[in-house]
Ligand binder design. Structure first.
Ligand code: 3PG
Length: 319
């Protein structure tokens, strides 16, 4: 897959930024990065958009910067020359798509209807903005379109915010979620950069949806495992579920039938998306042991971190 597209999916959030004053572009980019979001879609809605793209790319070459609200080839040319690495248009503009494909620039055009999806598919485009998402059914609208078009993933944008982000975050057909809530023009213009960072952090947390799934206890044998699981079930009324390599008491306690990973045992952390979770935790310096992966490369369902934490092996678990 194209590297830019892959990054958009890994980051999973696309701040749509309307820049009234390009002098604030770099601090706004820094505020987002401090909140963990290394991507910006700077819109062509203001005169300052092109200069803003240039300034951010010069200051932070690592930040993925795209141009949004691109309505003409001329604007696409200018934004790419300024450093934009992807193009977003609110609707499907065939000439623009052709230009982007000729220039090998990623484009995620907006669609709403099956006809538009089919037109996009003719160009081999399978990652599409769904805009304006809130007016056209939100997650229900995306789900309905995904029904017949299983090869498509959406970037819903328009009316998404911290309050409804969770509805989108745990769906396999949602490639990323875009929106202005992540970097509001009023916060930029009033230099409330700490607020932008805070919203970014909270949004990343919602996106990843980390929560404790279960703890894993190591035992030496099948007999020992079953005995321990039975005690938990007897004492607390958790239902006993016998498995191949382990027994569960309730959902929260796994008792392994052998010495499994982890000096003390293991802890499972559930997430909306293992791929995204890996992207974010690797950025913090934690390593993944891919040899422990369960599921496919595209759709991992579990994978361990390389190092133990407090004597426990830790694995991610797909919700
Ligand atoms: C866009 O161009 O994608 C939308 O204007 C973003 O909409 P929002 O501000 O409601 O998130």
């Amino acid at each position: 897959m194209n590297n830019v597209l892959k990054k958009i999916g890994d980051i999973g959030l696309v701040p749509v930024v309307v820049m009234d004053n390009a002098d604030f572009a770099v601090p706004a980019a820094k505020a987002l990065m401090d909140g963990g979001i290394k991507i910006m879609e700077i819109t062509m809605r203001t005169e300052q958009g092109i200069t803003a793209i240039k300034k951010v790319k010069e200051a932070y070459p690592d930040m993925l910067v795209g141009a949004g609200t691109v309505l003409s080839i001329e604007k696409a040319e200018k934004s790419v020359a300024a450093g934009a690495e992807f193009i977003v248009s609110p609707g499907l503009n065939i000439e623009l798509v052709e230009w982007c494909q000729k220039k090998e620039v990623v484009i995620t055009p907006g669609v709403i209807t099956p006809t538009e999806v089919q037109q996009a598919l003719k160009f081999g485009l399978t990652i599409l903005k769904y805009f304006p998402a809130n007016i056209f059914g939100g997650i229900k609208g995306c789900e309905a379109l995904y029904g017949p078009y299983r090869m498509v993933k959406f970037i819903p944008t328009g009316g998404v915010n911290k309050e409804n982000l969770a509805d989108f975050a745990n769906k396999s057909y949602i490639y990323a979620v875009g929106g202005g809530w992540l970097c509001k023009p009023e916060d930029i213009n009033e230099k409330k950069f700490d607020k932008i960072t805070q919203i970014a952090k909270e949004s990343v947390d919602i996106l990843l949806g980390f929560e404790l799934a279960h703890i894993g206890i190591n035992t030496k044998s099948e007999k020992e495992s079953l005995a321990a699981a039975k005690v938990f079930s007897d004492a607390f009324g958790f239902s006993l579920k016998e498995g191949n390599s382990s027994n569960f008491s309730g959902e929260g306690i796994e008792v392994n039938k052998s010495k499994w990973y982890g000096t003390m045992g293991h802890i499972a952390i559930r997430t909306n998306s293992i791929c995204r979770a890996v992207y974010y935790i690797e950025k913090k310096g934690y390593k993944i042991d891919w040899s422990t992966r369960k599921g496919t490369e595209q759709k991992p369902v579990a994978v361990y971190l390389k190092n133990e934490i407090g004597g426990f092996a830790v694995h991610l678990l797909q919700k």
